[in-house]
Design a protein around this ligand. Structure first.
Ligand code: BG6
Length: 530
C-alpha cells in the first residue's frame, strides 16, 4: 500500500484502517509525543484509519502509571490539539493507552516492556505487530535498538512485523551517520527501518511529485533548456527557543540542509520514477544527491554562506540575539543561517544553479521553491518601449500559505505596448479546505501499512551528508569572524545576496505574493514596470 496509490486515502480521507498493531513510543512523556505524535494518532483514530486491535504503549523515564499517563495525555490533548477534541474518538484511543517507565540504558526496562507487550497484545488483539517510535534524544537511538534486539522484540516472523521509526537527526556528520546505519543494521533489516523526515509528511511536499508528474505541461520545460535557476527558501521567524543545548551542537546546516532541504531539492530535480513504489522513488532521489557537484574547499568559500542572528525586531517585537538565548554560549560560533549554491551535474540540470537558504529569526516564516525560467528573446519588442521582460516564475509555496503560482507577462491595456507581470494563483485552502493535521498522520499510517516511500533509505541519508561534509569541515577549520552578521527580522547576511548577485541574479522576495485574488472579479491590476 502506498500513499500515492491509495486513492481512498489520498482523495477523500476515508481510507482503509491499518492492520492490528501496537505502537510503542519511546520518549512518550517528551515534547514531540505530546505535541505531535499523540495528536496525530488521535487524528488517525478520528478518521477511522486505526484498527480496533490497536494499542499505544508509552515508554519514558517519568514514573507514571498507565492511569496517570492517560490523564496527562488527555490534558495535553486539550492543550495541543488544533481543533476541538471529539470525546468519542478520544475515549476510544485513551482506553488503549498503557505506560511503562524506566531508564533507556537499563536492560530491565526492556524485559518489563516485553512482559507488558505480551499482556497488551493479548488484551487488544494486536497480533504481535509492533511499531517502535524513537522520539528520544539521538544518543539513545543505537542503544534502544540494541536492547530491543537483545530481548528479541525486533524479531519478525512469517506472521508478524516489527518496524522502528528513527527521528531526526540521523547522525551528526557523514561518519556518524554511517556508524549509526551500521549499528541499526546489526539489529534491523532495512525494510524494518523508517528514518523520519517530517518534511515528507507535508502535503505540499508530497504534491511536488503529483504536480510534476501528473501534469503534462510542466515536465517538458523542467530542464536546463528552459530553467534559469531554482531557489529554495526555508525561513523561520522563530529563534532557537529552548533548544539551545541541541542547536549549539547542530547549527543551521546540519539541522535543515541534508534532510529537509534536500528532500525539497530531490523531489524538484529528480527524473520521473517508474512507479510510486518506495524503491523507485528513492532510486531517483539518490541520483540527484550523487550528481551534486562536490564542494572543494575553494568552492565552500565561494558558494556557501553562514550567518548568525543578532538582536532585532520581528514584526514589532524586539527579540534577543542568538548569543543571548538560553543554553547558548555568549561567544557562540554556531550558524543560524546558511545559503549555498549547488550544481547538479546531470543531463537535465547541468549549468542550472540550485540556490538554497535557510535561517532562524528571519523576516517571515516561509518555505518556498521557486523555478525561474529563462528570459525570452526580446527581438519582437525592439521598437517598443519594452526594454526587458520579467522571466516567468513558478512559485511553489510549501508553507504557510500552501499553494502554487505562475507568474507571466501580459500586455497592459492601451495603445502603447507595455507589459505587466501577472500571476495565476492556486491556494490549497480554496480547493481542498483545511483539516487539522500535525503532518505526522500520513507518516505514522504509512509505517503501519509498511510503506517506506516517505522515509529515508540508508544510502540517501549518507549521500546527503556526503554533500555537506566538506562545508562542515571548512567551516570548522575556519571559524567565522563576523558573527552575528544579520539582524533578527531581516532576510539574512549580505553575503547571501552577493552569492546570487555575482551570477547576475537575486533572491526572490518571498513576501511578494500574488495579486489579491477576488473570486468572480476580473483579474487584479498587473504591476507594470516597463
Ligand atoms: C526541525 C528542526 O527538524 O525542523 C527545527 O530541528 C526547525 O530547528 C523545524 O525549526 C522546522 O520545521 P517546520 O515544519 O516548522 O518547517
Amino acid at each position: 500500500m502506498n500513499s500515492f496509490t491509495a486513492p481512498q486515502y489520498a482523495q477523500d480521507g476515508q481510507g482503509i484502517p491499518a492492520g492490528p498493531c501496537t505502537m510503542v513510543i519511546f520518549g512518550a512523556a517528551g515534547d514531540l509525543a505530546k505535541r505531535m505524535l499523540i495528536p496525530a494518532i488521535y487524528n488517525l483514530a478520528r478518521s477511522k484509519l486505526l484498527p480496533d486491535q490497536f494499542a499505544v504503549v508509552g515508554v519514558s523515564f517519568e514514573p507514571y502509571s498507565s492511569e496517570e499517563f492517560r490523564q496527562r495525555a488527555t490534558e495535553n490533548m486539550h492543550q495541543f490539539s488544533a481543533g476541538s477534541v471529539n470525546q468519542d474518538s478520544w475515549a476510544w484511543l485513551v482506553n488503549r493507552m498503557y505506560y511503562v517507565s524506566g531508564d533507556f540504558r537499563d536492560a530491565g526496562l526492556y524485559a518489563k516492556l516485553e512482559a507488558a507487550l505480551e499482556q497488551v497484545q493479548k488484551d487488544a488483539g494486536t497480533e504481535g505487530n509492533c511499531l517502535f517510535y524513537l522520539a528520544v534524544s539521538p544518543e539513545f537511538f543505537p542503544l534502544v535498538i540494541q536492547h530491543l534486539g537483545a530481548v528479541g522484540l525486533a524479531r519478525e516472523d512469517a506472521h508478524t512485523w516489527k518496524r522502528v521509526v528513527i527521528e531526526k537527526p540521523f547522525g551528526h556528520d557523514l561518519a556518524s551517520a554511517i556508524a549509526l546505519n551500521h549499528s541499526v543494521g546489526e539489529v534491523l533489516k532495512e525494510t524494518q527501518t523508517y528514518r523520519m523526515d517530517h518534511y515528507l509528511g507535508k502535503e505540499t511536499v508530497q504534491n511536488l511529485l503529483a504536480f510534476r508528474f501528473a501534469n503534462g505541461i510542466f515536465e517538458p520545460v523542467w530542464n536546463r533548456r528552459y530553467v534559469d535557476h531554482v531557489q529554495v527558501t526555508v525561513a523561520e521567524e522563530l529563534g532557537v527557543e529552548l533548544r539551545g543545548g541541541y542547536y549549539e551542537t547542530a547549527g543551521a546546516l546540519r539541522d535543515m540542509v541534508p534532510n529537509h532541504i534536500f528532500q525539497l531539492i530531490t523531489l524538484t530535480a529528480m527524473e520521473p520514477p517508474i512507479s510510486f513504489e518506495a524503491q523507485a522513488v528513492h532510486d531517483e532521489q539518490i541520483k540527484v544527491l550523487r550528481a551534486i557537484q562536490a564542494f572543494s574547499p575553494e568552492r565552500v568559500l565561494d558558494h556557501a554562506v553562514r550567518g548568525q542572528y543578532g538582536e532585532g525586531l520581528i514584526g514589532n517585537k524586539h527579540v534577543a540575539a542568538y548569543r543571548a538565548e538560553p543554553h547558548v554560549a555568549p561567544d557562540s560560533q554556531t550558524p543560524t543561517y546558511v545559503a549555498m549554491a549547488l550544481q547538479i551535474d546531470s543531463w537535465r540540470w547541468a549549468g542550472v544553479p540550485f540556490y538554497l537558504r535557510t535561517g532562524k529569526r528571519m523576516a517571515r516564516r516561509v518555505t518556498q521553491v521557486v523555478i525561474r525560467f529563462r528570459r525570452p528573446p526580446l527581438v519582437l519588442f525592439r521598437k517598443t518601449s519594452v526594454d526587458t521582460v520579467t522571466p516567468n516564475e513558478l512559485v511553489i509555496n510549501i508553507q504557510p500559505d500552501e499553494g502554487i503560482s505562475l507568474n507571466f507577462e501580459a500586455k497592459v491595456p492601451g495603445p502603447v505596448v507595455r507589459l505587466g507581470a501577472v500571476n495565476m494563483d492556486f491556494q490549497y485552502s480554496d480547493y481542498f479546505g483545511t483539516t487539522p493535521s500535525t503532518g505526522y498522520e500520513t507518516l505514522i499510517y504509512d509505517c503501519m501499512m509498511g510503506d517506506p516511500t516517505l522515509f529515508q533509505r540508508a544510502d540517501m541519508v549518507e549521500a546527503g551528508w556526503s554533500v555537506v561534509q566538506p562545508v562542515l569541515d571548512v567551516w570548522k577549520a575556519l571559524p567565522p569572524r563576523d558573527f552575528p552578521n544579520y539582524t533578527a527580522g531581516s532576510w539574512g547576511p549580505l553575503q547571501a545576496d552577493e552569492l546570487l548577485r555575482r551570477d547576475g541574479r537575486e533572491w526572490r522576495d518571498p513576501t511578494r505574493g500574488a495579486p489579491h485574488h477576488v473570486p468572480g472579479a476580473s483579474s487584479a491590476a498587473p504591476t507594470s514596470t516597463h
